[in-house]
Design a protein around this ligand. Structure first.
Ligand SMILES: [Zn+2]
Ligand SMILES: [Zn+2]
Length: 348
């Protein structure tokens, strides 16, 4: 099969490799769509991954081609989404069913081979059969869409109803969170970004309250749109000190901050900003991965439902769709940022 194999930092080779053989408990999935994640860029070009060679790509969907076990043979030909995390099932979070917090997990596309290939070997448990109305492109966005849902779930769906939610960093996850905030009944969704492309895409999704922090005063914008009170819930979707400071300054007293942006360096706070956490009695939430329990109710099944019911529209965030042979062009679009992109999707 053809695959993009990461053989070292900045050494992604498009080449022929042996197609994996299906074995007990696993299925061979033919990849039909794979999204490029923001995290793939440093993984491929800067930091590398856990070992080489590894085939990256953790946001993918496809068709089951082969199954080893007799009892699962009916899965052959099934269209599936793929939960990329393979839990150890032994550590204490796993024992509690919190697989997203597993201490010793395997992961398709970073710790073992993933979806930048024609075929991927996936544990049966990680396959989520898809309704006919969910496209492969949409299914390849189940991972970021579930991560976005999982984030807001930390605060609780019931605590978002009727509230004002502000999202700093309207990238893929940020805009998906805006969509979920709407689904959860937020009264108002405010977005703070840095690009006009983000503003246009947000408007297309129905979010017109956008502040470009490069040209506008963020605090003034947030006050103007919340009767001077500040948003009830603020999402830090960037991962740096200046954005976190803005979040802490903006949030309403008694409000909540959700930290979701991956930091690229140390995050320091000025004393006066730190004081805000105490004096405003803020609630700080962290979030990691998403919940998944096979076919049982989880962020993943809820995300499939929301797409099926046309409430969540992840495919609207696909700004680039490229053929498998052009995957490296897709990586470069995301790396160079010369043109605006939200989700770069690869299909075959
Ligand atoms: Zn990702
Ligand atoms: Zn575990």
């Amino acid at each position: 099969m053809k695959a993009y194999v990461l053989e070292g930092i900045d050494q992604l080779e498009y080449k022929d490799v042996e197609t994996p053989e299906s074995r007990e408990g696993f299925a061979l999935v033919e990849v039909k769509a794979v999204g490029i994640c923001g995290s793939d860029i440093p993984r491929i070009f800067e930091t590398g991954t856990y070992h080489f060679p590894t085939i990256p790509g953790h946001e993918f969907a496809g068709v089951v081609k082969e199954v080893y076990d007799e009892e699962y043979k009916e899965l052959v030909g099934e269209r599936v989404g793929v939960f990329p995390l393979i839990p150890c099932r032994e550590c204490s979070p796993c024992q509690e069913g919190k697989y997203e917090l597993c201490r010793n997990y395997n992961y398709l596309g970073s710790r073992c081979d993933g979806g930048f290939a024609e075929y991927v070997l996936v544990p049966i448990w990680n396959l989520l059969p898809l309704p006919d109305t969910v496209s492969f492109q949409e299914a390849a966005m189940l991972e970021p869409a579930s991560v976005a849902r999982h984030g807001l779930s930390q605060i609780g769906e019931e605590n978002i109803l009727g509230k004002t939610v502000c999202i700093f960093g309207p990238g893929t996850i940020g805009l998906l969170m805006a969509q979920w905030a709407g689904i959860f009944g937020a009264d108002k969704v405010l977005l703070v970004g840095t690009k006009e492309g983000q503003k246009d895409l947000a408007a297309k999704l129905g979010f017109t309250l956008f502040c470009n922090s490069k040209t506008e005063d963020v605090q003034e914008f947030l006050k103007a749109n919340t009767d001077g009170e500040g948003p009830d819930i603020v999402v830090e979707g960037v991962g740096n000190d200046s954005v976190l400071s803005e979040c802490l300054k903006a949030v309403k007293p008694g409000g909540s901050i959700l930290l979701v942006g991956n930091p690229h360096g140390d995050v320091n706070l000025e004393k006066a900003v730190f004081w805000q956490i105490l004096r405003k009695q803020l609630k700080l939430y962290g979030t990691w991965n998403s919940s998944y329990f096979g076919g049982m109710e989880s962020d993943w099944t809820k995300t499939v439902e929301a797409i099926e019911e046309d409430r969540l529209k992840p495919a609207e965030q696909i700004t680039h769709e490229l053929e498998f042979e052009r995957l490296k062009d897709g990586l470069n679009i995301m790396r160079e940022r010369k043109e605006f992109c939200n989700k770069v999707m690869i299909t075959r």
